[in-house]
Design a protein around this ligand. Sequence first.
Ligand SMILES: [Zn+2]
Length: 279
Amino acid sequence: MTAFGADMPPFSELAHGVRRLVAPNPSMMTGPGTNTYLLGQRQVAVIDPGPSIVEHIENILEKSTGSIRWIVATHTHPDHSPGVALLADRTGAEVLGIAAPAGKQQDRSFAPSRTLADGDVLETAEFALEAVHTPGHASNHLCYRHVGLNWLFTGDHVIDGSTVVINPPDGNMQHYIQSLQRCRGLACAALAPGHGEVIKDPARAIDWIIEHRLEREAKVLAAVDANPGLTTRELVPVVYKDVHAKLHNLAERSLLAHILKLEADGVAQQENGRWRRLI
Ligand SMILES: [Zn+2]
């Protein structure tokens, strides 16, 4: 994978009728910024308007050659959907996606006029866009497949050059791996992620992510096996030997995601918060 945060132009035409704007919110978590995609020339669908930044919303309006008919969100984390309300106010477009689940780090301002389900299709004379439910990074995460191009707009399910945070309980590693396998099965020509460049070799990129996650899972299981009876917190320095103590809180969330998958798979079990291997 390429380095996260590689040079990205603020505006690009990626394919016929597919344009991308990068929101001005670069950071360690968002890379160059959140990608906003504009599909279609006459009736436009906007995917992920990003955070609520007036300048970015103005940019979306300026770069939309036609009228904006739909605004769709991949999920409701704060770098993806808060711009929806502002753009909807300016355009009267229909807002589509799945409302925020309970929990922290969720955009409660996101109010879909229609809740999308797996397999729903938005269709114009120019394109058809199919919703693909991909829980894992977030329980309400949807990818969108451009049927004609067979491109998948992946939000934070797959991003370019980095791995995404799986933060339980809304983040779920077992669902994440299943959703990755599902996307792999779509045999898409390209992945257009929520952060970073277009991924031209989806099978290789998805295989890399699955492999990387399963490798980490094997390390977690080996640590539980060698140190039965430790809590999740106590396992952190065992599994993440290479990670600075400053980052142990974040590492603990990730470790919890792996160990809850092992529990769901019937491989590990906890008693009073202490983990042990079962098989
Ligand atoms: Zn996210």
